[in-house]
Design a protein. Structure first.
Length: 131
């Protein structure tokens, strides 16, 4: 459900920024901008799914999944930057601006998700009865 909410919040912003970029940007800018958004979205979806899975495991596994996921997402970013520069020859500025902008927005949603999960677990572990 959260994943659809992410898409619902970010697609309108993506489209609002895409329209002027399409009309006033250099050739290839819209493609690189779109790729930056899609990489950001994939990064966060991957993160949310893996964190959701890791919350049902032991703490050691949770940290391994979170840290390993960070490393994997960084490698994905490096591969995409290489792809944009060396293979596709698209403008890097469109990719980086889009990636950073949407990555920061989507990180906010990821942090909120983790906090809500932690709060839910902490309240479930405490007994709220008066003795």
């Amino acid at each position: 459900m959260r994943i659809w909410r992410l898409v619902g919040w970010t697609v309108p912003a993506f489209l609002v920024l895409l329209i002027p970029l399409h009309y006033y940007g250099r050739p290839g800018m819209t493609s690189s901008y779109t790729l930056g958004y899609l990489v950001s979205l994939f990064n966060i979806v991957f993160s949310l799914v893996s964190i959701q899975w890791a919350f049902r495991r032991k703490v050691k596994t949770f940290y391994a999944v979170v840290l390993g996921g960070m490393a994997l997402r960084f490698i994905l970013l490096a591969v995409m930057v290489y792809l944009v520069i060396a293979v596709l020859h698209w403008p890097l500025a469109g990719f980086l601006v889009s990636f950073v902008l949407f990555f920061l927005v989507l990180q906010y949603f990821e942090i909120r998700y983790i906090n809500s999960e932690l709060k839910g677990r902490s309240s479930a572990n405490h007994d709220h009865t008066d003795s």
